[in-house]
Write a protein that binds this ligand. Structure first.
Ligand code: SF4
Ligand code: SF4
Length: 131
């Protein structure tokens, strides 16, 4: 399994209504990060503050200048304060296959159970202890 290539596919796919934030995350943003909180409405993220409608793309997803391979990479403007939903991704090999995640290598597809163990180790620090 490779490191994340910052291809942005996961952010692009899930930020279109596919992400949620917990009540405690929202409360913290309300107090400490009004810039993030402005995109919350009735417990939903990411909502256009001007219209109240869901945004088509996460407002924090930023396209960085192309790297040496000429490929555009993406960064998160609120990386340290991003929702747990984002921190926990990717969760399963199946999800990664569906999302065309670039961390997957050929050998991961051939041995998905082993790949899941590798992923679980890789993500250990990003997931809550009960998972
Ligand atoms: S908050 Fe950050 S990690 Fe989450 S979808 Fe937006 S850009 Fe991606
Ligand atoms: S789809 Fe995979 S490789 Fe691409 S940004 Fe998301 S985690 Fe990284």
């Amino acid at each position: 399994m490779k490191s994340c290539t910052q291809c942005g596919k996961c952010c692009t796919k899930y930020s279109d209504g596919g992400l949620a934030a917990s009540q405690s995350e929202i409360e913290l943003w309300d107090i400490f990060r009004p810039d993030i909180y402005q995109y919350v409405r009735n417990g939903d993220i990411w909502i256009d503050p001007a219209t109240g409608n869901p945004l088509k793309r996460c407002p924090w997803l930023r396209a960085a200048p192309a790297n040496q391979t000429g490929k555009t990479i993406f960064t998160c403007d609120i990386y340290d304060d991003r929702p747990d939903d984002c921190k926990h991704y990717p969760v399963t090999i199946e999800q990664m296959i569906n999302d065309d995640c670039e961390m997957l290598e050929e050998k991961d597809l051939k041995t998905p159970k082993q790949a899941q163990k590798t992923l679980d180790k890789l993500m250990f620090d990003s997931r809550p202890p009960f998972e």
